[in-house]
Design a protein around this ligand. Structure first.
Ligand SMILES: NC(=O)c1ccc[n+]([C@@H]2O[C@H](COP(=O)([O-])OP(=O)(O)OC[C@H]3O[C@@H](n4cnc5c(N)ncnc54)[C@H](OP(=O)(O)O)[C@@H]3O)[C@@H](O)[C@H]2O)c1
Length: 323
């Protein structure tokens, strides 16, 4: 049977999930892509940490060792931050690898250039996991709504913020206490800045803007507010519910985007989306308003999005891989 050689950049929450799914669902993957999927290398930062990978997997902190492997077919990238990731992926595309990424900061900043480069080099980039993890937002837009014009997008794109606002309101608890609970449950990072300041949701709505309108608004024109500054009293006593909503709309030639906490009433489609869930409402020209909801973070949901991208790419290029 042919072999697809894969490398993982990052072996944290997401990377370990991808590794586990590839190992546990090897038989299904073989059926779907007609080849055995072998993880041959892993890029990490700390070479002293114990890694739960097979002995024959190269574990390195040097990207050049990975790009020196002959016939590498695909890279699953789940490291943190825009650089040096962007540089690594740029080189990997030149090498001729397909890329599947979960890294929203990197993709919001460099996705357009990487996609262009991928086209020139005849490889594909899967980025479903960058927005709402396992919730299939990207592919729904790319494949299921091709004839539709998407007007407005309204979305809950940060599970941590939604969890905190939900818990504060339901249990009338202060922000700091609920944040601690979120951290202890693994819903928030040790440094929660990107989540509670709205930066994570901002990157995701920029990726959606690029996908839907082919461009992003000037970043400094986007109103960006996180949940940390909302008064506890308002969250406890408002008529309606505070939701941290990222919104996107093209008005004339101008793309307008906002990321901010607002109060919504019972009629609003995002009113009942509670806890860590993400949800995206797409107002479409033919199909009407469509809402997609589900877990927007976590090891398995994110790995799910990345492996679905993988299947899509390799089913597409099955003939090429098998030849
Ligand atoms: N966690 C989620 O639910 C989720 C969901 C969707 C998207 N994402 C995105 O996926 C990415 C990974 O998230 P995560 O939660 O898996 O992070 P994580 O648990 O902190 O893991 C990050 C991994 O990347 C490695 N790494 C970081 N910087 C590196 C560098 N410069 N060179 C080589 N390796 C490097 C780390 O190495 P060490 O192991 O040596 O520290 C670690 O293995 C992020 O971009 C995040 O935004 C995460």
């Amino acid at each position: 049977m042919p072999i697809i050689k894969a490398a993982l950049l990052g072996l944290g929450t997401v990377g370990a999930g991808v590794y586990e799914v590839i190992r546990n669902q090897q038989e299904q993957l073989k059926e779907l892509v007609g080849a055995e999927v072998q993880v041959v290398a892993v890029l990490i930062q700390d070479t002293d940490k114990e890694r739960e990978v097979e002995k024959d997997v190269l574990v390195t902190n040097n990207i050049q060792e990975i790009l020196a492997i002959p016939d590498l077919d695909v890279i699953f990238e789940s490291i943190v931050g825009a650089e040096p990731t962007n540089r690594y992926l740029d080189e990997a595309i030149e090498y001729g690898c397909h890329i599947i990424t979960a890294n929203k900061e990197m993709f919001a900043k460099h996705g357009e250039a990487l996609l262009e480069k991928a086209l020139e080099n005849d490889v594909q980039i899967g980025f479903e996991a960058t927005v709402a993890a396992g919730v299939p937002v990207i592919r729904t837009i790319q494949q299921q709504l091709q004839l539709n014009k998407i007007g407005r997008v309204q979305a809950l794109l940060n599970g941590t913020s939604n969890f905190i606002l939900t818990e504060m309101r339901k249990k009338q608890l202060p922000f700091a206490k609920v944040l601690k609970t979120a951290q202890s449950l693994g819903f928030a990072e040790a440094d929660p800045t990107n989540d509670v300041e709205g930066i994570d949701a901002f990157y995701k709505i920029m990726i959606l803007s690029q996908l839907i309108y082919g461009e992003q608004p000037e970043w400094n024109t986007v109103e960006l507010k996180g949940i940390a500054s909302v008064s506890e009293d308002k969250i406890y006593h408002s008529d309606g519910r505070y939701k941290h909503i990222a919104e996107l709309e093209k008005v004339g030639d101008r793309i307008q985007a906002t990321v901010r906490p607002i109060i919504v009433d019972e009629q609003h489609p995002l009113y009942s989306v509670e806890g860590v869930d993400n949800a995206v409402v797409l107002e479409t020209s033919l199909a009407g308003a469509i809402m997609i909801q589900g877990p927007g973070a976590g090891s398995k949901p994110t790995a799910s999005a990345m492996l679905e991208d993988f299947i899509h790419i390799f089913q597409d290029s099955k003939a090429a891989v098998l030849s």
